[in-house]
Design a protein around this ligand. Structure first.
Ligand SMILES: [Zn+2]
Length: 265
């Protein structure tokens, strides 16, 4: 089932309900501006780099957001509403060559796991971006996903590093408790060579810039790698080479500015 990208705007406005600072007319203009800027950007990108961006244009423009929700279950979609949306957390699957569909399948499959002595897996994200830049939304954006949790102090003894918060995490984020209550997680697929594809990066940057506009987040301060929050090298390519993370942030900033919504402030 494919929904056009811009229906998403309306859904988010509805999710925000009376808290939205936008009027319906502003949202309509917002949506129109976004569409035009998105098309212009991709046209420009097509001129500069036809082979890479061509598929993205086809996919992202015509069927950019696929809604394929994980069923409500204990391990990947509790159905609980978040407290707020104050940050966006970027992840990678750690599974080379796996598709966005397989991410959906994996998270959905966690519902069927059997509780064992070695424990159970809790994992999910609201969105995943595939190797061709396709975007799958896995649950409503105002629901809690299990993508970046850890132990709040006092941290139990023998807590693994990946469940321990780093020094970079701000008290602002932790003021909402577990960051899963105040963030959106985006799970990026990784190519068989352990690199993020251009298509994945471009599509994720558009999506992130878009979410920053919708939730009034600031690209410079409200984007995190998973590993900035807890001690986990995720997304690994952006820890192996931090300059790739910096350039992603710049790309998001550029798209964010180019969207340039004409909403009265
Ligand atoms: Zn992660």
């Amino acid at each position: 089932m494919f929904d056009k990208f811009f229906f998403f705007t309306r859904k988010i406005a509805q999710a925000l309900g009376s808290k939205t600072p936008y009027t319906q007319d502003q949202m309509d203009k917002f949506s129109e501006d976004l569409k035009n800027t998105f098309n212009n950007n991709l046209d420009k990108a097509l001129e500069n780099n036809p082979p890479i961006i061509k598929d993205i244009k086809k996919k992202v423009i015509t069927l950019p957001i696929i809604h394929n929700y994980i069923p409500i279950n204990t391990y990947s979609r509790c159905g609980q509403k978040k407290l707020a949306t104050r940050s966006i957390v970027l992840h990678y699957t750690g599974s080379p060559g796996s598709s966005a569909e397989s991410v959906q399948y994996y998270f959905s499959g966690l519902a069927r796991q059997v509780n064992t002595k070695i424990g159970t897996t809790y994992a999910s994200s609201q969105l995943t971006v595939g190797l061709d830049g396709e975007i799958i939304q896995l649950m409503p954006l105002d629901e809690v996903a299990y993508h970046t949790g850890g132990y709040l102090p006092p941290v139990p003894a023998n807590t693994p590093a990946y469940l321990t918060y780093t020094d970079k995490i701000t008290s602002y984020i932790l003021s909402y408790g577990n960051p899963n209550y105040s963030s959106i997680g985006i799970e990026m697929c990784i190519n068989s060579d352990w690199k993020l594809t251009e298509k994945t990066i471009t599509s994720t940057a558009y999506l992130t810039a878009y979410l920053c506009q919708i939730y009034r987040l600031t690209p410079e301060s409200d984007l995190y790698r998973h590993g900035d929050i807890t001690y986990k090298e995720c997304p690994k390519p952006w820890f192996d080479d931090t300059s790739l993370w910096v350039s992603f942030q710049k790309q998001v900033q550029q798209y964010y500015e180019e969207f340039n919504f004409a909403v009265a402030s």
